[in-house]
Design a protein around this ligand. Structure first.
Ligand SMILES: C[S@@+](CC[C@H](N)C(=O)[O-])C[C@H]1O[C@@H](n2cnc3c(N)ncnc32)[C@H](O)[C@@H]1O
Length: 278
């Protein structure tokens, strides 16, 4: 489990970098905790402490993040390679890591436009550096609960032609919202979709097994304050009004698996994914 064994109490990143001033080190960050799980370098003591508490509840938790990144790769390849999508908005994109959406998309078609959106300022700080040479990719700071701040943002309208189909990815982000916010956000996103556009969602799954309850408790009460496990019925509501892309809403690793997808993941039943088309 990458990231798990780092043992440093410093408030520097693992590579010794000092965080930018807008980064709040007094509260844990979802983006930095996720980076820790994926074996990145942009996390601090406060993030490692709460993430280790989550690992203590269910040691195999880190595999969810890895399986989820694998899903993101497959879904991007499907969208660009099979569905003909040339514009992608990646919501709650997280810190740049191995296999970012624009890299996967550009390996199929270098002209695909990608907008990354996250509400954590550390994502913009690192995203800008990574993307400085790119004219097909951009990153903005915005909250998905306020879709206007994304869809009316000049940095986005300049990049995305909303008269043409596009894809919105909400991968492992809606479970960090309350139920009210998550459903309102999903409805608002669906309204924004042009005909022929796609919405990809992955979320922690409550498939009636004790680990889901234990993990949800560790997420909600352990310091992060978010991380909701939702039942199949609760998840299906996100896609209402959309036509589901085969195979529908399924365990994440059952969504169009390929040779790199684990068929025996220890967390197979803890997260789900589905893609809808308007
Ligand atoms: C678990 S990470 C997922 C990263 C990436 N989508 C993936 O699946 O690999 C969740 C991301 O959502 C971001 N996030 C959480 N709440 C958000 C909100 N209300 N608006 C925008 N981003 C948010 C966090 O900062 C974090 O980077």
């Amino acid at each position: 489990m990458a990231g798990r064994r780092h043992n440093t109490s410093s408030n520097r990143g693992l590579d010794g970098t000092v965080p930018p001033p807008e980064v709040d080190l007094s509260t844990p960050s979802i983006a930095r905790s996720y980076d820790y799980i994926l074996g990145g370098k942009e996390h601090f003591e406060v993030d490692r402490r709460i993430t280790d508490a989550i690992y203590a509840a269910v040691p195999e938790t880190g595999q969810i993040a890895k399986d989820n990144r694998n899903l993101l790769r497959r879904a991007t390849r499907y969208l660009v390679g099979e569905a003909g999508i040339r514009q992608i908005i990646d919501l709650g994109s997280g810190l740049p890591t191995v296999g970012n959406v624009h890299e996967i998309a550009h390996s199929v078609d270098p002209g695909v436009r990608v907008v990354y959106v996250d509400n954590d300022p550390i994502v913009l700080a690192h995203g800008r550096a990574l993307l400085s040479e790119e004219n097909t990719t951009t990153v903005i700071t915005a909250d998905v609960r306020d879709p206007g701040s994304i869809f009316d943002n000049p940095a986005v309208t300049e990049f995305i032609d909303f008269d043409e189909p596009f894809a919105v990815m909400a991968v492992s982000i809606l479970h960090h919202l309350t139920d009210d916010d998550a459903y309102a956000t999903a409805e608002a996103l669906k309204k924004q979709l042009t005909e022929g556009s796609y919405l990809l969602i992955s979320n922690f799954l409550d498939d009636d097994e004790p680990r889901a309850k234990d993990l949800e408790k560790a997420f909600l009460e352990g310091g992060l304050g978010s991380g909701r496990f939702r039942t199949w019925a609760e998840l299906r509501r996100f896609y209402e009004g959309l036509e589901m892309v085969e195979p529908g809403l399924v365990y994440g690793n059952d969504w169009r698996p390929d040779r790199l997808t684990l068929t025996d993941s220890p967390v197979h039943t803890l997260y789900a994914a589905g893609m809808g088309r308007k």
